[in-house]
Design a protein around this ligand. Structure first.
Ligand code: FAD
Length: 558
């Protein structure tokens, strides 16, 4: 069984470490990168190529980021394969996934392929979790500590800790520690795997990971109990097996579109339609919805009429389409009402719409039971299963927590990073996250975030941001080196203005109408605010470029 990481990992500095830091025994780097997913690996390769002395610390035993940890049955990518890889010519054209939406196993093979081509591992220290960092203003360096006693000094720290590296486990009156069977969070799945065959399995949570694990468990488990709080408005994946020839043809067809992914709202090879759903005839709209449905993936979400995110009326039209399509697949009307309610539980698309292959059909099977937690929430986890408030008990052998993450900020705030005022990031952001361009925050000089808070992150395809946002940081560090600048820090004014822009964009949209992890609403006590930049990539990168062109306006360089 996996215990979650404590929220803030207290770092006990040993006498040896302290002595090392004070003396000159500590290794000095130009840059330390944290995290070996798409973002960190991109930084490592680029900075090393530019002649920076750089090392990458990774908590896991292998590279791949979330694909190292999220190896639960059914885990797979929801982005189309052709955008879910680095777009570097020599990598992109030589790699072919065997499925349109590849599995975690294939993702791992991909990362090993990248490692082999770019020889990244030689500069990665695995099993090295960064626990603390403090800034030495005199030497303009971060002193970084890891859980295995490693200490380094680095001019720059680039935090590529991902938006989903801090698994969230809800607390009940009595929690999972009470359970006598085996339990796992999907984001900390046992590397050796786990067989559901013939077992009674309970899955708490029906978000993206929940949908995937439920589908697999429904095929293997003797009995599967699904605990649902909010129905997931999942879209059809339209999975496809790909031969190398077909994958090559697809790449040829979309190479230009992929090269221009930064010009789309969410970094895909397609974009929102620059038209209101209300400005077209019902026939035209229906035909478009059908076309997007058939294409599959996120197309009905990120390739549809732009006002899905702004107009309740337009949103309701798509919800009705989704609901009718979905209900047609569910045999029992009462179950259908729970999975695809007559009225939308929230506007479509303001919570992440997962992709599914046969999710709704699972509930037609005799071995699958749906428990609606809106009717009766979980009271406690017992040694043998789950008990709900109405007194019902659901015995299970294996309990799966598909309960999500302290998303976007959790991977950062659980590190004891102290800025120039002595505050940790957790303390600084206690009343709300603040950054400039989602890449730097005041009082934390020479520290950059990729795919973190207040950048497009959850609204951006992962590798797209790793490359395009990551390149801005690389260029910034190169600029500093060329100009003899050794310190960069976001200004408080710039981060206030950035927050204001994010709030204005969010308030003009339907996002505030759902309790989503986008809004920090899945974690008790977390400030409710938009954690991502919701204005789309073109608008985001335009402002990043403008700042750079003006000598990194919004930052103080010295
Ligand atoms: P990650 O891949 O999350 O890597 C972060 C790494 O940092 C991890 O290896 C972690 O161990 C390491 N780390 C964290 N803290 C520390 C520390 N203190 N010290 C050392 N190492 C640390 N995005 C999409 O665009 N499309 C998808 O289809 C998609 N599917 C997803 C499915 C799942 C199940 C999950 C959880 C996420 C998915 N995402 C998807 C989002 C995903 O995070 C990004 O696609 C991508 O992996 C981001 O890469 P990254 O390098 O920023 O972070």
């Amino acid at each position: 069984m996996n215990l979650p990481q404590s929220e803030t990992v207290e770092h006990a500095k040993t006498a040896d470490e302290l002595e090392a830091v004070m003396s000159d025994r500590v290794e000095e780097l130009d840059a330390l990168i944290v995290g070996a997913g798409f973002a960190g690996l991109y930084q490592l390769d680029r900075l090393r190529d530019l002649g920076f002395s750089v090392q990458l610390f990774e908590a896991g035993k292998d590279l791949g980021g979330i694909w190292y940890w999220n190896c639960y049955p059914g885990a797979r990518v929801d982005s189309d394969h052709l955008v879910y890889e680095f777009f570097r010519e020599d990598l992109w054209w030589d790699w072919y996934y065997s499925e349109r939406f590849p599995s975690w196993q294939e993702l791992r093979r991909y990362f090993h392929y990248v490692d082999q081509k770019l020889d990244l591992s030689r500069d990665i220290r695995f099993n090295t979790r960064v626990t603390a960092a403090e800034f030495d203003d005199e030497r303009r360096q971060w002193i970084v500590h890891a859980d295995n006693g490693t200490v380094v000094r680095a001019r720059f720290v680039v935090l590529c800790t991902g938006f989903a590296s801090s698994p969230y486990i809800p607390s009940f009156e009595e929690g999972v520690e009470n359970f006598a069977g085996e339990w796992h969070h999907t984001g900390l799945w046992p590397q050796g795997g786990l067989d559901f065959t013939g077992k009674r399995v309970g899955v708490i949570g029906t978000g993206a990971s929940g949908v995937q694990v439920i589908q697999e468990a429904s095929r293997q488990a003797a009995h599967l109990t699904v605990f649902q709080r909010t129905p997931v408005l999942a879209l059809p994946m339209q999975q496809q097996r790909l031969t190398k020839e077909i994958a090559h043809q697809i790449k040829q067809k979309y190479a230009t579109a992929v090269s221009r992914r930064g010009e789309t709202f969410a970094g895909f090879h397609y974009d929102l339609i620059d038209k209101s759903a209300l400005d077209v005839s019902p026939e035209e709209r229906q035909a478009k919805y059908e076309e997007l449905w058939e294409y599959g993936g996120f197309a009905p979400w990120l390739g549809t009429y732009y006002d899905l995110f702004f107009s309740k009326e337009a949103n309701d039209l798509f919800y009705a389409f989704w609901r009718d399509k979905t209900r047609a697949r569910i045999n029992d009307p009462a179950t259908a009402e729970k999975l695809a309610p007559t009225d939308p539980p929230h506007p479509f698309g303001v919570k992440r719409p997962s992709l599914e292959q046969f999710y709704f059909e699972c509930f037609n099977q005799d071995n699958v039971e749906l428990v609606d937690l809106c009717e009766s929430p979980i009271e406690r986890i017992t040694p043998t299963g789950v008990k709900t408030m109405d007194g019902a008990e659901y015995p299970v052998d294996i309990l799966v927590l598909a309960t999500g993450f302290d998303a976007v900020t959790g991977g950062l705030t659980r590190i004891d990073i102290r800025g120039t005022q002595g505050l940790t990031l957790r303390e600084k952001w206690a009343d709300g996250v603040r950054t400039y361009l989602g890449m730097g925050t005041a009082n934390y000089p020479n520290m950059f975030f990729v795919y973190g808070p207040e950048s497009p992150t959850a609204f951006c395809n992962g590798p797209t941001c790793a490359e395009l946002q990551g390149e801005w940081i690389v260029k910034c560090m190169e600029y500093m080196r060329q100009h003899g600048v050794t310190r960069i820090e976001a200004t408080t004014e710039a981060e206030k203005a950035w927050r204001k822009q994010i709030d204005e964009l969010t308030n003009a949209s339907l996002f505030p109408l759902a309790d989503s992890w986008y809004m920090g609403a899945n974690i008790p006590g977390k400030v409710r605010q938009q954690l991502n930049y919701p204005g789309g990539l073109p608008r985001f990168f335009q402002q990043c470029s403008e700042s750079a062109e003006k000598g990194y306006e919004g930052f103080v360089l010295s």
